[in-house]
Design a protein. Structure first.
Ligand code: DCP
Ligand code: MG
Length: 458
């Protein structure tokens, strides 16, 4: 069995380089009168613009300004060059000539049939209403002329590492949040206070662009919560500066959903109570919020609406997911080998739960991965409103994900993954009464008579 734990999508963090350490010696008695007043916290959130698509445009600059979507398969350079040689036999095609590929050669999404999903789209494609997680068939209807490019995760990881290394050279206190986003503590970095942080944000933007050709957007605010919202204000290639005093004018008019930690279910419930904007939320009595949303989550909702967030920018590179998977010795069938599969499935869930507990994490996105006998792989996941490291909960939700895949083919691999991890005990949301995702009958009962044929809850 392969053990996959602590996956970091963007590779190794390199936070400490260039970090200054101030040494204090025992004979230096700290004189509080001479200690300069603490600088106001300035925290930046930086997010790359249309990341995967922008990386693709680096090798295909002829697509700049055009609607381009990324998804539907993995890039195979040899296939691409082979097709180019066939289509344009008079030219010499190698990886250095990609910028010369005529526009007519690029596949369009018109007539796409299949179940592929878009990872991201260029801003030109977004004007047609196309966006991340949309099915390619739907996108084809919205903009048939859009160009479809396959994904190349190695390339995205390479640029992810590159832009993060640039940031830590300038501002060493950086926290990895995903393949294309980070938090940066600007407070004590030169330029980090000037113009609210704009000077430093501009320097970072410019340095990343000069080194990679990629643009990003930055929000600088008193804390992570507000900075995360602010980085979206001026996308693409924007800088937004938010001060504490801007709470009412810039933050309160926004939809509650803009708060990182308010998901679709919480939003729905807030709306049922007539709470639409963050301002509406701020106006509610915190006791009422606690009564209706649970003690911890209710209290957090109140703090968030008032723009309060003390979380430090953490240098540690936090894992975003933990998973376990196993390739069977012989291919197994969901019906004929159901008890064996059931046992394996339960064991995988228990192992992921044990990994999470041992390392002190809990997560709320639970997913499965299957590989069929024809080597085709599928994944499905489901996000809960609560964080968990509990084997039975993982088993139950992963079981629900299984309902959403074709189980008529034989299987060669099965995997279970828990993502959206947080350190145990730091989750913003406590179990909430409105969580409908985990139900007792979820796995065994299936109106199509399908799931009970699968891996029973042994
Ligand atoms: N991604 C994905 N599936 C999603 C969302 C995103 O595969 N449902 C990938 C593709 C994105 C990358 O993650 O390029 C970063 O996600 P963002 O949400 O930051 O989206 P973009 O960077 O593409 O666009 P934006 O300019 O809005 O940040
Ligand atoms: Mg982005």
């Amino acid at each position: 069995m392969r053990v996959l734990t602590g996956r970091h999508p963007k590779g190794k963090n390199t936070p400490a380089c260039g970090q200054t350490v101030t040494a204090r010696y025992p004979w230096q008695v700290p004189d509080t009168h001479l200690t300069p007043p603490a600088l106001p916290r300035r925290i930046a959130h930086l997010d790359m613009d249309a990341f995967y698509a922008s990386v693709e445009l680096l090798r295909y600059p002829q697509l700049k300004g055009l609607p381009v979507v990324i998804g539907g398969g993995r890039r195979k350079e040899d296939d691409l060059l082979g097709r180019l040689r066939l289509a344009y036999p008079d030219q010499d095609w190698s990886a250095e000539h990609l910028a010369e590929i005529p526009l007519a050669f690029f596949p369009r999404i018109a007539g796409y049939t299949g179940r592929g999903v878009i990872t991201t789209a260029t801003y030109a494609a977004r004007t047609f209403g196309i966006g991340s997680a949309m099915g390619l068939m739907k996108a084809a209807k919205l903009c048939p002329e859009a160009i479809l490019l396959p994904v190349d995760f190695d390339q995205y990881r390479h640029y992810s590492r590159t832009f993060k290394a640039i940031i830590t050279e300038i501002a060493p206190l950086m926290e990895n949040r995903g393949v294309d986003e980070v938090y940066i503590d600007f407070t004590e970095v030169p330029g980090g206070q000037r113009d609210g942080g704009r000077v430093l944000a501009r320097l970072i933007q410019k340095t990343i662009f000069e080194a990679t050709g990629l643009t990003c957007s930055v929000g600088v605010a008193p804390n992570k919560l507000i900075a995360k919202m602010a980085s979206e204000f001026n996308k693409p290639n924007g800088i937004s500066i938010v001060h504490e005093a801007d709470l009412q004018t810039l933050i309160w008019p926004l939809a509650c959903r803009k708060i990182n930690g308010i998901g679709p279910k919480a939003e729905e419930k807030l709306q049922k109570h007539g709470i639409h904007t963050i301002g509406d939320l701020a106006a509610r009595d915190p006791l009422w919020l606690k009564d209706n949303f649970g003690k911890a989550y209710g209290a957090w909702l109140h703090e968030a609406a008032w723009g309060r967030d003390d979380r430090p920018v953490s240098l540690e590179s936090e894992p975003v997911s933990m998973s376990r998977e196993t390739t069977f010795e012989k291919d197994l069938h969901a019906v004929r080998d159901r008890s064996e599969l059931g046992r394996i499935f339960t064991r995988l869930c228990e192992q992921v739960a044990a990994d999470l507990q041992r390392k002190g994490y809990e997560g709320k996105t639970i997913g499965i991965k299957l590989r069929y006998d024809n080597f085709q792989s599928v994944t499905r996941d489901q996000t809960l409103d609560v964080y968990t490291a509990d084997a039975a909960t993982i088993r139950q939700v992963a079981g629900q994900c299984l309902k959403r895949v074709d189980l008529s083919r034989r299987l060669r691999l099965l995997g279970v993954r828990v993502g959206s991890l947080v350190k145990q005990g730091t989750a913003p949301a406590a179990p909430t009464p409105y969580s409908e995702t985990i139900g007792n009958s979820s796995f065994q009962v299936n109106e199509h008579g399908q799931t009970q044929l699968l891996f029973p809850l042994d």
